[in-house]
Ligand binder design. Structure first.
Ligand SMILES: COC(=O)c1ccnc(N)c1
Length: 257
């Protein structure tokens, strides 16, 4: 997967060089290119923002630098991907992190993980001039996504979240290929349930023993206990998900009947 990020704070994305994402890059699973938005400004002050039409607080990111930056991203990326035989005229899916976007969920992460090329447009200030997103949508898929109901100073932190959530789903990135099978929110038997408690050695620690069932070696009992624990945790922490899970479980049973 190729990932391009256009930003005025490339240093914010340094964490993409370490740990899981860093290893994926070193193994050639991920090819990440950072682009400094100010490289596409034309004035001596390298200005990327201006006052909002219609008045109001803060500043808005100007369309010209973004338009030129996205042109360059598409040109360079298409050349590189064509060189790898990934179809002439390939375009990225443009991901715009914004508090006014659709929820960034495990399902959306799975969808993005299936794409060969993603481009991220993190905004600062009050956001990017709307015409940039509209013009981009004329030439590539655009996904505006929020990582939660809160506002950040800039979208770069959301890019880190989204890239990590996507990268860990790429083949060969997580050590144990099954690791994300039972993730919270993953598809499959634990779909829509939160992950239950996990334990490791020692069997007793500060007077607290690991639940007996996990030491039993009875995989059927262990699987049932884990599902029950996941359901309890979901009921406690995210009762809103229980309805979805019950429906999915019912539909599955109903289909069998
Ligand atoms: C500037 O970007 C944000 O504030 C942002 C981006 C994505 N998700 C959010 N919840 C906020």
């Amino acid at each position: 997967m190729r990932i391009d990020v256009v930003t005025i704070f490339p240093e914010y994305l340094e964490p993409l060089n370490v740990s899981l994402v860093g290893k994926a890059r070193a193994r050639g699973r991920l090819d990440i290119h950072l682009h400094h938005l100010r490289d596409w400004t034309t004035d001596v002050h390298r200005t990327v923002d201006d006052t909002p039409y219609g008045g109001g607080p803060g500043m808005v990111m100007k369309p010209e630098p973004w338009g030129a930056a996205l042109d360059a991203v598409l040109e360079r990326g298409a050349e590189e991907l064509a060189g790898r035989g990934l179809g002439e005229g390939a375009v990225p899916t443009l991901v715009v992190p914004t508090p006014s976007g659709r929820p960034f969920t495990q399902e959306l992460a799975q969808r993005l993980a299936a794409e060969p090329w993603l481009a991220f447009a993190p905004a600062r200030y009050e956001g990017i001039d709307r015409r940039v997103i509209e013009e981009a949508a004329d030439r590539m898929p655009v996904v505006e996504a929020s990582i939660g109901d809160y506002v950040l100073a800039g979208g770069e932190v959301a890019v880190l979240v989204m890239v990590e959530a996507v990268a860990r789903l790429l083949p060969g990135v997580l050590g144990n290929a099954e690791s994300h099978r039972d993730d919270s929110f993953a598809a499959g038997a634990m779909a829509d349930l939160l992950e239950g408690p996990v334990y490791t050695k020692p069997a007793e620690w500060r007077g607290r023993a690991v639940p007996e069932v996990l030491l039993s070696g009875n995989h059927g009992l262990i699987a049932r206990w884990r599902r029950e624990q996941a359901f309890r945790r979901t009921l406690a922490m995210r009762p809103d998900l229980v309805g979805r899970w019950e429906k999915a479980a019912f539909d599955k049973h109903d289909r069998k009947a």
